[in-house]
Design a protein around this ligand. Structure first.
Ligand code: GLU
Length: 439
C-alpha cells in the first residue's frame, strides 16, 4: 500500500497551533514517503460548519506552505456512507435502536449505579421483529448502531504503543442518527478506507475511537490502516493548550508577522528530542522525518519559541530579501544596523522611519545635549572621538553619558548601538535632534 495520510479538520473555526501540528506531521510523513497528503474537510455537522472556515483552512495551510494532493468534503461523500451502511446492514452488522435520549440517560445511570461501564448495553440488538414494528407504529424513528463482535480489539499505535480495548467497555457505537445523517466515527472510517489512507495520524483525543473504527473497517473487509495518536499539547505554563486557542490561531500569527516556516519548524520538532533550528530548510525536515521520533508524553509548546525563531530566520536574510518581503527597498547599511534589534519584520520599517524621517526627540538634559551637538565631529565615523570629547568636557560616563544622547537622537530608550545609527541619521539631522528640534 502506498503511503497516504490525511488532515481532517472540522470547519468550525480557524486553524490553531494544535490542529496545525497534526497537519504538519501528516504532511511531512506523506512527503517523506513520497506518498499522498489529503485534506479532508469534516463537514458532516452542517449546523456548525461554515464555508468561511473551509476557505480559512485552505488559506492557512497554503500560508504554511503545506500542499495537498486531493481535497475532499465529507458533505459530498454521503453516497459512499450510504453504500457502506448498506453493506453492513446486509451483513447484519448494524441494528436499529429506538431509545430516546432520556431512556439512554436513565440506563446509563442505572449501569453506573451497578458498577458497570456506562456504555450502551446492546438491548436493541435483541429486539424481535414485532417489538420493532410496535416502536415504528408509535412513530419512533430509529438510529442505528454498529454491532461489535470481537471480545477485545488491540492495535499497535505507532506513538502511544500497544493498545488493548475490551469491547464490553466500549458499547456499540451509533453510526447513523435518526435524521439519517452519519456520525463522524463512521464517516471517517469509510473515508479512510476509500481514500486509501495508510496511516491515520491524529490527536490522542481520538484514541478511544480507534478500536471502533478498526472493527468497522474489518466488518467492511478492508485493510486496517496504521494508527498513531499524537499526545496533547500544553502551553508554556503547563496548561491545556485549548484554553487560549483564539490567540493561537494561524491567522493571528500571520497578522503578527510570524514566519510560517518558523511555525513549521517548531511544530515538527514538538514532542521529539530535537530542537527546532532556524536554518533548517523544509526539505531537510522532509528527508529526516521519523514518526518514531515523536514521544508519548504531553508536549509543551511555547509560542515565544516561534517568535524567537522568526527573528532568527529574518536575521539570516540579506537586505535584498528583507526588502522583497517588505515590498520596498531596504538599504544594506540600515539592515546591518538594526537586524539584531528587531522582533518582527515591520520593526525594520519602524527603524527606517526613526532614523530617516522627522521625529520628535526626547530631551532629558538640554544643556548636555546642546554640548553634544557642538562637539559632534565632521566625520561621523569618528564616534569614539566624539564620546571621548564629551567625557572630557562634561565628566559624564556610563548611562548618564549615553542615555540622553539615545533619547535625543532616536526618541527611543533602547536600540542598536549609537555608533551604527549615527551615520544613518546624518550629521545635520543629528545636530537638530540634539538641540531638541523636530528633525
Ligand atoms: N474532524 C476530526 C477532528 O477534527 C478528525 C479526527 C480524525 O483525524 O480522525 O477532530
Amino acid at each position: 500500500m502506498t503511503t497516504a495520510t490525511r488532515f481532517a479538520p472540522s470547519p468550525t473555526g480557524f486553524l490553531h497551533l494544535g490542529n496545525a501540528r497534526q497537519a504538519v506531521v501528516n504532511w511531512l510523513m506523506a512527503r517523506h514517503e513520497g506518498g499522498r497528503f489529503i485534506l479532508r474537510i469534516d463537514d458532516t455537522d452542517r449546523a456548525r460548519s461554515d464555508v468561511l472556515y473551509v476557505d480559512g483552512i485552505r488559506e492557512d495551510l497554503a500560508w504554511l506552505g503545506l500542499d495537498w494532493d486531493a481535497l475532499e468534503h465529507q458533505s459530498a461523500r454521503i453516497p459512499h456512507y450510504e453504500a457502506a451502511f448498506e453493506t453492513l446492514a446486509a451483513r447484519g452488522r448494524v441494528y436499529p435502536c429506538y431509545e430516546t435520549p432520556e431512556e439512554l440517560e436513565a440506563r446509563r445511570e442505572a449501569r453506573l449505579k451497578r458498577g458497570l461501564p456506562p456504555v450502551y448495553d446492546g438491548a436493541a440488538k435483541k429486539l424481535r421483529a414485532e417489538e420493532r414494528d410496535a416502536f415504528e407504529a408509535e412513530g419512533r424513528v430509529p438510529h442505528w448502531r454498529f454491532a461489535l463482535e470481537a471480545a477485545e480489539i488491540s492495535f499497535d499505535d505507532k506513538i502511544a504503543g500497544p493498545r488493548r480495548f475490551l469491547v464490553r467497555n466500549l458499547g456499540d457505537p451509533v453510526v447513523r442518527r435518526a435524521d439519517g445523517s452519519f456520525t463522524y466515527l463512521f464517516a471517517s472510517a469509510v473515508d479512510d478506507i476509500e481514500l486509501g489512507i495508510s496511516d491515520v495520524i491524529r490527536g490522542q483525543d481520538h484514541l478511544s475511537n480507534t478500536p471502533l473504527q478498526i472493527e468497522l473497517t474489518q466488518a467492511l473487509d478492508r485493510p486496517v490502516p496504521v494508527f498513531a495518536h499524537l499526545p496533547l499539547i500544553l502551553d508554556a505554563g503547563g496548561e491545556k493548550f485549548s484554553k487560549r486557542l483564539g490567540s493561537l490561531s494561524l491567522r493571528s500569527m500571520r497578522q503578527e508577522g510570524i514566519d510560517p516556516h518558523a511555525v513549521i519548524l517548531v511544530l515538527a520538532a514538538l514532542g521529539t528530542a530535537t530542537a527546532a533550528e532556524a536554518g533548517t530548510p523544509v526539505d531537510d525536515l522532509v528527508r529526516g522525518f521519523d514518526l518514531g521520533a515523536y514521544g508519548n508524553a504531553a508536549a509543551r509548546l511555547d509560542v515565544q519559541d516561534i517568535r524567537r525563531l522568526t527573528v532568527q530566520r529574518l536575521q539570516q536574510l540579506d537586505a535584498e530579501r528583507i526588502g522583497m518581503m517588505l515590498g520596498h527597498e531596504v538599504e544594506p547599511a540600515l539592515w546591518r544596523a538594526v537586524s539584531a534589534n528587531i522582533e518582527r519584520l515591520e520593526d525594520v520599517e519602524d527603524w527606517r522611519r526613526t532614523l530617516m524621517e522627522p521625529i520628535d526627540p526626547m530631551l532629558e538634559d538640554g544643556d548636555y545635549s546642546e554640548r553634544a551637538a557642538a562637539l559632534l565631529p565632521e566625520d561621523l565615523q569618528d564616534y569614539d572621538g566624539w564620546i571621548a570629547a564629551l567625557k572630557r568636557d562634561t565628566g559624564r560616563k556610563g548611562k548618564a553619558l549615553f542615555h540622553p544622547l539615545r533619547l535625543a537622537l532616536t526618541g527611543r530608550d533602547h536600540g542598536p548601538e549609537l555608533r551604527v545609527l549615527l551615520p544613518l541619521i546624518g550629521r545635520d539631522r543629528a545636530i537638530r535632534r540634539l538641540r531638541g528640534e523636530r528633525a
